[in-house]
Ligand binder design. Structure first.
Ligand SMILES: [Zn+2]
Length: 272
């Protein structure tokens, strides 16, 4: 792998020190993904692949405004353990490991840190890790994602308008993730095995189509509702849709990073 100026861990300690001294500073991204089943048609590296590739392109495009840590490759995944290959780390360990990573970055003087999630079930842990970092260091630390099957907030309009599979098509190893992999790593996808597997509930107040919000959160054991580790319409995926989602995600993520670092750190006031 060549030396990338946007990779946090490719810099020397002197270059890290210089980045901290810059005004404005770069934002530091702390990514966490997962190794888990992604249907019979895709590699179990899918979450990490999407996360790594999107952030690499964001790093290049941000031209010094973003530094990216290596992806923490494992997360909260016990509910996928019925599928061979999944690596499961418990909630407490994941939270401790992730928050200590972000806090380490803050202790060197970086003021704006983004925890970037690549796997749905890490989300609440990412939120808590960001809060731990804020409480421990006073920095601006937030949690976000670049994977629209985790949360589509960044690209909701394009995902809604351009997906082909209709309700239920985007969840996991779905139309979105399969399209991204067809664009980024076609050699890790076998479309002859890509299926439509929509076993999740659609109730009035709960559904599992990711662009559509639910009134409550609930995560069941995967083998209770998914036949083969897909939740969505993998068969509807195309490389063109993946490229389109990649382009819009990178463009908006870089814009978001530049907005994020303008958030001022204001002094606390003790009213006792
Ligand atoms: Zn995934």
């Amino acid at each position: 792998m060549p030396r990338h100026p946007w990779r946090y861990d490719h810099l020397t300690w002197l270059e890290i020190k210089a980045a901290v001294a810059r005004d404005p500073q770069p934002v530091v991204a702390v990514p966490i993904g997962a190794v888990e089943d992604h249907g019979p048609h895709m590699a179990i590296s899918t979450d990490n692949d999407i996360l790594e590739d999107v952030l690499a392109e964001c790093g290049r495009r941000a031209a010094g405004d973003l530094l990216v840590l290596p992806v923490i490759p494992f997360g909260l995944d016990e509910h996928h353990m019925d599928f061979p290959g999944t690596i499961a780390i418990d909630m407490e360990t994941t939270l401790a490991y992730l928050s200590q990573t972000a806090i380490s970055v803050a202790r060197h003087g970086f003021t704006h840190i983004l925890i970037v999630n690549g796997h749905g079930s890490n989300q609440s842990i990412c939120d808590l890790a960001a809060r731990k970092c804020v409480i421990a260091t006073g920095t601006v630390c937030a949690a976000t994602t670049v994977n629209a099957a985790v949360s589509p907030a960044l690209v909701q309009d394009v995902l809604d308008a351009e997906r082909k599979g209709g309700w239920g098509s985007v969840g996991h190893a779905c139309e979105y993730e399969t399209a991204m992999m067809l664009h980024l790593h076609p050699e890790r996808v076998d479309m002859s095995k890509a299926d439509r597997d929509i076993g999740q509930l659609k109730l009035t107040y709960f559904n599992w189509d990711h662009p559509e919000p639910s009134a409550y959160t609930w995560q069941d054991w995967w083998s209770r509702f998914s036949r083969e580790g897909i939740c969505g319409d993998a068969a509807a995926a195309t490389a063109e849709f993946g490229k389109r989602m990649m382009d819009v995600t990178v463009e908006r993520f870089v814009a978001m990073v530049r907005e994020f670092r303008t958030i001022a750190i204001r002094p606390r006031v003790d009213h006792h």
